[in-house]
Design a protein around this ligand. Structure first.
Ligand code: AHG
Ligand code: MN
Ligand code: MN
Length: 354
């Protein structure tokens, strides 16, 4: 029989390789696992207790109901606000950074999260997820600032996601590979089920919302044709699978091999950057991709090297097997001059503002 390793034990073992580890970071990851269990409990009951209703609705028990993404947001905040491990948080659901309440101590880390990713899938019982990323505090004051939050993905200490699927899984990396844990609901523990996940050599799938092909740039269209084996050297076609929840699409492609893309487009030339959020989606997913031997690009270069300029900035995203992502960069270089000219200024906005 295989070893039984809980997520807590695994994080502790990994931290042994860090001589200066104080345990703060270990506990922070464990807090995320706890948040995941509480959110999973609610997602599996979503249809039952009327949690799908508007925020002000009351459920059959007379309790105030919240939409699931607000519930997830509150849960992650309330687990982490008082631990003294964080100096600030940022969530896709909040316009500004979230400060640690004055009555609690602050710590050395910053937590960024997308509490519920793919939330349009909840009402139809399709997998959703949570994405999180952890940076180190860099400012010198006692409490965290926007500077601590707006760091390049290259500096991430850890990142991960939870997928609320046919089973609940938590997948994380603290810079030593990517590891996956499956929740055993009967004992309430995440158990190691996917150790050291590596991007498979042979990719099976590509994932994009082909319904928007009309808006894609010429290079991206040709790239999609290349993935289908029509354009270029006539490769064996990849299957097309798209769920519409980044966590689920990325997770499948991580295990089976493939590429996910949500490109920038020229529908509105003043907004050539697509839909994905750099701070709450692309950084964490890009970090995990690289840790598994893959790659994440904005079509020009690594998303991890982008210096962020705002909390809710959007970014084109191509992520998955390295060779497939690099091919997208190649097509964009060759055929998307107009788009590149529109998009390039956004890559360097931070430097210009400085
Ligand atoms: P969120 O639910 O956190 O707002 O994220 C939605 C995102 C992402 O999960 C998914 O990949 C993408 O939106 C799907 O967009 P389309 O419906 O435009 O394909
Ligand atoms: Mn999302
Ligand atoms: Mn979300």
């Amino acid at each position: 029989m295989a070893r039984i390793v809980t997520i807590e034990r695994h994080i502790l073992e990994q931290q042994k390789n860090h001589p200066n580890a104080t345990g703060v970071f270990t506990n922070l990851l464990y807090d995320m696992a706890l948040a995941a269990k509480i959110i999973a409990r609610e997602t599996t009951r979503a249809g039952l207790v009327g949690i799908l209703g508007a925020s002000e609705d009351h459920n059959v028990y007379g309790e105030q109901q919240q939409k699931l993404d607000i519930f997830a947001d509150r849960t992650i905040f309330r687990i982490n606000d008082h631990t003294g491990r964080l100096c600030a948080m940022a969530s896709e659901e909040h316009e500004e950074i979230i400060e640690i309440p004055m009555n609690f101590d602050t710590g050395r880390y910053v937590l960024l999260y997308d509490p519920l990713d793919g939330s349009s899938n909840i009402d139809v019982n399709v997998s959703v997820g949570t994405i999180f990323a952890i940076h180190r505090k860099i400012s010198t004051g006692e409490r965290g600032t926007l500077e601590d939050v707006l760091q390049a993905g290259r500096r991430l200490v850890a990142a991960g996601y939870v997928i609320y699927g046919s089973s609940t899984m938590m997948v994380y990396s603290a810079g030593q590979g990517v590891h996956g844990f499956t929740l055993d609901p009967s004992v309430g523990e995440f158990l190691l089920s996917h150790e050291n996940i590596r991007a498979p050599q042979n990719a099976l799938y590509y994932s994009a919302n082909a319904g928007y092909e009309k808006y894609w740039t010429p290079g991206v269209r040709r790239y999609a044709k290349w993935l289908q084996g029509i354009e270029g050297e006539g490769r064996k076609p990849l299957g097309q699978r798209y769920i519409g929840s980044l966590v689920s699409d990325f997770h499948r492609n991580l295990l089976r091999g493939g590429v996910f893309f949500y490109p920038g487009d020229m529908q509105d030339p003043s907004k050539p950057y697509g839909k994905m959020r750099l701070m709450f989606e692309a950084q964490a997913i890009g970090f995990l991709a690289e840790q598994a031997g893959g790659y994440a690009s904005d079509g020009v270069g690594s998303v991890l090297d982008l210096e962020p300029y705002s909390l809710h900035q959007r970014v084109p995203l191509f992520v998955g097997n390295r060779d497939l992502v690099e091919k997208a960069e190649e097509y964009i270089r060759l055929y998307d001059q107009e788009w590149l000219e529109a998009y390039r200024p956004f890559r360097t906005l931070k430097m210009e503002r400085a």
